[in-house]
Design a protein around this ligand. Sequence first.
Ligand code: AMP
Ligand code: MG
Length: 430
Amino acid sequence: MSEQPIPPTSQTPAVRSFKPLKPLDVALAELLATVTPCHDVEMVDLADADGRVLARDAVSALDVPGFDNSSMDGYAVCVAEAVAASERGLPVSQRIPAGHFGAPLASETVARIFTGAPIPEHADAVVMQEECAVDELGRVTVVVPARVGQNIRRRGEDVGQGTCVVAAGTRLRPDHIGLLASIGQASIPVVRRLRVALMSTGDELILPGQVAPADLPPGAIYSSNAFFLAHLLKRLGCEVHDFGNLPDSLEATKHAFREAAQNHDLVLTSGGVSVGEEDHVKPAVQSLGQLDLWSIAIKPGKPFAHGRLDRADGAAHFIGLPGNPVSSFVTFLVLVRPFIQKLSGQASAEGPVGEALQLTANFDWPKPDKRREFLRVRRDATGQLHLFANQSSGVLTSVAWADGLVDNPPGQAIAKGDTVTFLPLSNLLG
Ligand code: AMP
Ligand code: MG
């Protein structure tokens, strides 16, 4: 018996309007063009500065080090005198520990000196103690030929007064913070944290902890997207407010969007951005602001929505990610991450995919998609890449198993031994 086709209704259009797929680079450029970086500045102590974006160039008011100093425990000498006295040795005229300023070196003597201590005037080298012999009278002989300037750290060799040590727009790491401390800064101007409202959409969603696994109603699933999205956002320095799960209802969606738009820089949702009649994100955003719905030529992750939610004093950005967890994860990395970086004032927002390595595939991928693919892979000790067997956009295990993504061009089949582009997740998650 042949199946009867279901007649189209007002809710299931017989002909869908077809929009061409947008290449990722084009989508990213258009998305970033909507962003004006945040210019709100606050002061933070260095203790709280990790991950914050520096708002102004940090310029040093001093040379670091501030004086020539010894890089060794040993003897400060005048090399010519030490060479001339290589038979008889020279007496020790003073002792200079770190933090103390010695007298000028008396001629025909050496100074006992320690790492970090200022070089006394008239000394032109430090000889490490292992390269000296000390006789019973305490006279020091240099036994390994010494060179003028050796073991002396020069004033200003690390930082010169007036130089910029960390540029505005840098997302601060521990090493930057150490450098800021070395020029005497105790608190620094940073861009305020972005405020992001996070929402998951779908009648099927239940929060972990709300219901025990054994009691999960038929058709329900635990919501996972908001959990990894919240942490990805926090790693980018955002303050996250999780609004929880929204039911598939236009009114509830509009209500939540209206509230969230009031005091957030970005409202980020997952799910509900396809074109089914249960997808209410699009009409809700359209009624409160403006929306573009894109089909991006990547797999996983095709549907992507962005726009704005208006409020009395401006607007919040809106981004809607696909509901499938892997799609949501990948679109976050390649689109939302650079978006947040730019909005948070970070200067050197890299391209969509960060650092790329050329590595060897230890797998076959004979049937590529016509979209650019991001395959979940793991690198072994020899640098070869292995493919997670199930590349479905619903299989979050593939991401947790992987340590990187293969960035595969549209229509590109892969055979074992081919060189492919590998994006380490460690770079994209930071
Ligand atoms: P949608 O984009 O709303 O059509 O959802 C696509 C798929 O992703 C469906 O199978 C949803 O159940 C699933 N999904 C949507 N939101 C979430 C979420 N927050 N956590 C886990 N899966 C989700
Ligand atoms: Mg849904």
